[in-house]
Design a protein around this ligand. Structure first.
Ligand SMILES: C[S@@+](CC[C@H](N)C(=O)[O-])C[C@H]1O[C@@H](n2cnc3c(N)ncnc32)[C@H](O)[C@@H]1O
Length: 197
């Protein structure tokens, strides 16, 4: 949120894609007190949970049920200043991820920001090394190292996220934070008039 605020202090509309219980949307709405938010997720159970969690924001939040591959249904083209997603895109196959990013770019206003935190390491030996060390840390901390839900596809690699974001027209794509296999990628939909080479 601090990175977004530094680059775009005037955030008025936020979309949280696959918002689940709504914790990330709450963080965004606290960070931008003038902003309104759209909660978007495929699960009605999650919507009920989010409505309870986000009650204090009252009419600042709209709730929309839908699939990430149809995220374009979440609002009008060019209507969001910030779109977030967390811990969900690893469920998408690469063509669906590309479709999600293309529609996300369409929903963003010029110079709007997109932020996605998810499991997105490169494949091969590094993914396993990072997972092994993470498991050691969890055991040392007395925490479980079990997946919370089944993973039925092979989650997209970091490079596939970057390629899909570029293909969708995003610029300033950057890995701004990473711990083990979890990365936070930010990208901007820049107005071509402001693009500086
Ligand atoms: C691990 S939870 C993360 C929730 C929230 N973003 C967070 O980080 O606390 C994953 C969420 O993604 C949603 N989800 C999974 N696949 C989805 C899809 N294809 N379209 C929309 N939502 C999806 C689930 O319903 C769930 O709420």
């Amino acid at each position: 949120m601090d990175l977004t605020r530094a680059a775009r202090p005037e955030v008025r509309m936020v979309l949280d894609a696959a918002s689940g219980p709504g914790g990330f949307l709450a963080t965004a709405l606290d960070a931008f007190p003038e902003a309104r938010g759209v909660w978007f997720d495929v699960s009605t159970t999650m919507m009920d949970e989010a409505k309870a969690n986000l009650e204090r924001f009252g009419g600042r939040v709209e709730y929309r049920i839908g699939d990430l591959v149809n995220i374009g249904e979440a609002g009008e083209l060019g209507s969001f200043d910030l779109i977030t997603s967390s811990r969900a895109t690893h469920h998408l196959a690469v063509p669906d991820l590309t479709r999600f990013y293309q529609q996300t770019a369409g929903l963003l206003a010029s110079n709007g920001w997109f932020a996605n935190v998810d499991s997105m390491s490169e494949g091969g030996p590094w993914r396993q090394r990072l997972r092994d060390v993470r498991a050691d840390y969890r055991v040392a901390a007395g925490a479980a190292d079990q997946p919370t839900h089944p993973q039925i596809n092979v989650s997209p690699k970091m490079s596939e996220h970057f390629a899909a974001l570029r293909a969708a027209g995003f610029t300033e794509i950057e890995l701004v934070w990473r711990v083990f296999v979890t990365g936070l990628v930010m990208a901007r939909k820049i107005d071509p008039k402001e693009f500086v080479r």
